[in-house]
Design a protein around this ligand. Sequence first.
Ligand SMILES: C[S@@+](CC[C@H](N)C(=O)[O-])C[C@H]1O[C@@H](n2cnc3c(N)ncnc32)[C@H](O)[C@@H]1O
Length: 201
Amino acid sequence: MKARKDMTDSNILDIPKMHREMVKKSAEIGFSMPSDLYVGTLLKTLITSKQKANILELGTGIGLSLSWIIDGMDADSQLTTVDSDPQLIEIAKKNFGHDQRVTIVCTDGTQWIKKYKGAKFDLIFADTWPGKYGEIEEILDMVKLGGFYVIDDMSVQPNWPEGHQQNVDGLVDYLEHREDFNLTKMNWSTGLIIAVRKAAK
Ligand SMILES: C[S@@+](CC[C@H](N)C(=O)[O-])C[C@H]1O[C@@H](n2cnc3c(N)ncnc32)[C@H](O)[C@@H]1O
């Protein structure tokens, strides 16, 4: 009998051009929370399913996940990304600020969510506290019908503060009981949840 061979999911070929440089930069400045390649390639794939998309990222960092998101966007899509750290935002702006489709905002995510009155989003990647452990109802209200809400770091991470598992369990339970979303939990990458807003029955 032939031995079973899993596909090599770590063999990711479509890494954004700037990615290697940005990983180096993250290490150089001691940025210890970069998104991994898996969530990056997934975001790019999901965004490719949406034309003229309106996209939101909460937690820009220096723009690692942003580089993947941009690679998945068509010419008519637009993206807003928010981070409260001016040093990180400056680097993200240097790398992506020239792209007319991209708005990079340096502000507190909670404030941004509370003030936002614009169009709903085709995809929200919530990669920081606001929009994930805070303001969850407000952020889910911003997801279009058929739109994606994506979060990572849902499996135990070495940098989790004491007691964080309780927050994670609470969030998973909350999302699982939202009747207006279908979701998939994946023990892959750092632990992902992909939720999609469904039509009311
Ligand atoms: C997990 S990292 C984001 C990683 C990024 N997506 C990447 O691909 O490298 C979380 C980010 O949230 C930012 N952050 C922390 N608290 C915030 C807040 N209240 N509002 C906005 N951003 C915040 C941090 O500065 C940090 O860059």
